[in-house]
Design a protein around this ligand. Structure first.
Ligand code: VGL
Ligand code: ZN
Length: 210
């Protein structure tokens, strides 16, 4: 059973650039939009994340002469995958998918705003120490369990789930409301991490029964 006061749905990065025709297209990404619209109706607490980079963000391969998307480079905080330019602040690609309909969403967490640090997780930037503020927000609102859905399963959804577990939220991954981008075995790595952490998985259909 969903407990309206203490459960929260976190919808990760349902933005045009991650959907069909976008610059960082996640295969079949659009398919989760109607699924998540329906899922969100079951919740009183819904938070959206929005990848929101300045032009020339250092996660863009274009900011590194001679480098290509999907190459991994060393950043001060560790290995960082490079991406095509995507979700540039204020562009159409950064906007939410036009069919996403969650008018009751109470908070939009924007991430990846600092040029030199990428941010996959809804909770922390990729340096693992700079908080987005979401943890404080959820704690103050009395949320104890988070359901995570969206794009991409093997990057922003994965890191959000890992941090939620680490921060001691009961964490449920809504499997059929996610899609993976799958670069260099990232989907298998994500699965392994979910296994290791013992992440609870659920389908959308099963959610109201929990
Ligand atoms: C994402 C790569 C770069 C994601 C965001 O939403 O999973 N992936 N920026
Ligand atoms: Zn990004």
């Amino acid at each position: 059973m969903i407990t309206l006061a203490t459960d929260c749905l976190v919808v990760v990065d349902l933005q045009n650039d991650f959907c069909a025709g976008g610059s960082l297209e996640v295969p079949d990404g659009d398919a989760v939009v109607p699924v998540i619209n329906g899922l969100a109706r079951k919740f009183a607490n819904v938070v959206l994340t929005q990848d929101w980079h300045p032009e020339g963000h250092l996660s863009f391969a274009s900011a590194h002469p001679g480098r290509s998307p999907h190459e991994v480079v060393d950043f001060p905080y560790g290995p960082q995958t490079l991406w095509p330019d995507h979700c540039v602040q204020g562009t159409r690609g950064a906007a939410f998918h036009p069919d996403l309909q969650i008018p009751q969403a109470m908070l939009v967490v924007r991430k990846g705003l600092r040029r030199e640090i990428d941010s996959y997780s809804a909770f922390f930037e990729n340096d693992k120490t700079t908080p987005t503020g979401l943890n404080g927000y959820l704690r103050e609102r009395g949320v104890r369990r988070v359901f995570v859905a969206g794009l991409a399963l093997d990057f922003c959804v994965r890191f959000t789930v890992e941090d939620a577990v680490r921060l001691d939220y009961e964490t449920v991954l809504v499997t059929d409301a996610c899609r993976a981008v799958a670069v260099a075995g990232s989907d298998a790595a994500a699965e392994k991490s979910f296994e290791t952490l013992g992440v609870v998985r659920s389908t959308v259909g099963e959610v109201s029964a929990r």
